[in-house]
Design a binder for this molecule. Structure first.
Ligand code: UGA
Length: 433
């Protein structure tokens, strides 16, 4: 099967590699030529375990190719995936200009295409976009009708950064939202080798499944963070409490880790986008509003406790370990480290930062702070440390050798407190110090 993927971001590249692993021919398309040439050399534009190796393997085998022209790629492919970005606008709404442009190019290719072609939306788009904006752009540019002249499906992506290939190759479910049987048959055939449940639904329900899933997970995290602040004051540990809560099969033990809140390119963006959709429908969203509010409380709460532990933050040197929004990624979008660092600076602290992979990306958004290349020097410099990202290398730090270090706050339950000696330590969700 000949497939093309428009957009070489997280979703696009992972989709392309998954298709290649399944044995299909894949063309990757992006307007950024530098990105494409890096990809051809087996260098992913972002850090993600396993991706570079798979790129090398499939370019060598000839299963993967690149093109910088969406029109040419869609003329060649039988199935075209739209995987371009849908970032947030200032007001929280979804920016749809990249998907409109991709749909227009694909539509032009459909005009002269022989045989049945299927267009698949992989980007996260607000409910109604596939049968609205995307279908109109495709039909206008092609002069054909969706479902008759070409197939149209919406297939949301559920991968997590840091385990993207694993998640894509072993999904809990494949959701196929389509109005025509032929597109569903094509998608079933394409994805059946994954061996996962394939759920057929409508395009708008598929779009909503993605937003509703992310909103549910974000809600779980904000719920546990609210419980966490209560537990801290009640003198119990929220991790003990959630062990008991998570044993209930209806709840499950996943996504019950309390800490400094959720970041990344998805949860904050998707919850905001759904709130925006609801506003347009004149529906109140008290649950989602509180999810976002709780997520803003956690970084401030961490800094409040550090201030109490040190007496004052004025002129205190504080090192932030971890700048990526989570481990195993160099992504700093909506990272919780940024509000923590800003609050520290506002309260008079000098801030140092370290991250094994994300320091370069963080520099582009960083306020006035000092960067360190290695964690040991960053800790040696500091009066206090705030651990923000649970990178594995932070688990083996020899804290005892840092004579001047007075306090540590663990925002991600990573450090073993039995190895700290005289250093004051507090982990979010444990009784307040
Ligand atoms: C998330 C979803 O998990 C994926 O299913 C979805 O496909 C993706 O968004 C997307 O929409 O593209 P991702 O943002 O990569 O994936 O990362 P997660 O592992 O979900 O973590 C998100 C944030 O929540 C991180 O900042 C993490 O530290 C935080 N988190 C996660 C917690 O604070 N506690 C938890 O228990 C779990």
């Amino acid at each position: 099967m000949r497939t093309a993927v428009i957009g070489c971001g997280y979703v696009g590249l992972t989709t392309g590699l998954t298709l290649a692993e399944l044995g299909y021919d894949v063309v990757l398309v992006d307007t950024d030529k530098r990105k494409l040439s890096a990809v051809r050399e087996g260098r992913s534009p972002f850090y993600e375990p396993g991706v570079d190796e798979l790129l090398k393997k499939h370019f060598k085998a000839g299963t993967l190719r690149t093109m910088d022209d969406a029109l040419e790629a869609s003329r060649w492919a039988e199935i075209v995936f739209i995987a371009v970005g849908t970032p947030s606008r200032e007001d929280g709404s979804m920016e749809d200009r990249y998907i409109r442009e991709a749909a227009r190019q694909i539509g032009r290719s459909l005009k002269s295409a022989r045989g049945f072609r299927t267009v698949v939306v992989k980007s996260t788009v607000v409910p109604g976009t596939t049968i609205g904006t995307i279908r109109s752009a495709l039909e206008r540019a092609s002069g054909k009708r969706a479902g008759k002249g070409f197939g149209l499906a919406m297939c949301p992506e559920f991968l997590r950064e840091g385990s993207a290939m694993q998640d894509s190759l072993h999904p809990d479910r494949v959701v196929v939202g389509t109005l025509d049987d032929r597109s569903f048959e094509t998608m079933s055939k394409l994805f059946s080798p994954l061996g996962s449940i394939i759920l057929r639904t409508s395009p708008t329900a598929a779009e909503m499944i993605k937003y509703a899933s992310n909103t549910f997970l974000a809600t779980k995290i904000s719920y546990v963070n609210e419980m966490s602040r209560l537990c801290e004051k009640l003198g119990v540990d929220v991790y003990d409490v959630m062990e008991g809560v998570g044993l209930d099969k209806r709840i499950s033990p996943h996504f019950l880790r309390a800490g400094v809140g959720f970041g990344g390119s998805c949860f904050p963006k998707d919850v905001s986008a759904l709130i925006h959709v609801a506003k347009g429908l004149d529906e109140p969203t008290p649950v989602m509003d509180s999810v976002m509010r709780t997520n803003d409380i956690q970084p401030r709460h961490l800094v409040d406790v550090l201030e109490r532990m040190l007496g004052t933050l004025k002129k205190r040197k504080v090192t932030v370990l971890g700048l990526a929004f989570k481990p195993d990624t160099d992504d700093v979008r909506e990272t919780r480290s940024l509000p923590v660092i800003k609050a520290l600076i506002r309260r008079g602290a000098e801030v140092g930062g370290h991250d094994p992979k994300a320091a370069l990306n963080f520099r582009t958004i960083a306020p006035d702070m000092t960067f360190f290349d290695d964690a040991a020097t960053a800790i040696e410099w500091a009066d206090a440390v705030v651990l923000m990202t649970e990178w594995n290398e932070y688990r083996s730090i020899d804290w005892g050798q840092h004579k001047y270090l007075k306090a540590i706050i663990d925002g991600r339950r990573t450090i073993d407190p039995s190895r700290l000696g005289r250093i004051k330590y507090w982990s979010m969700g444990s009784p307040l110090p």
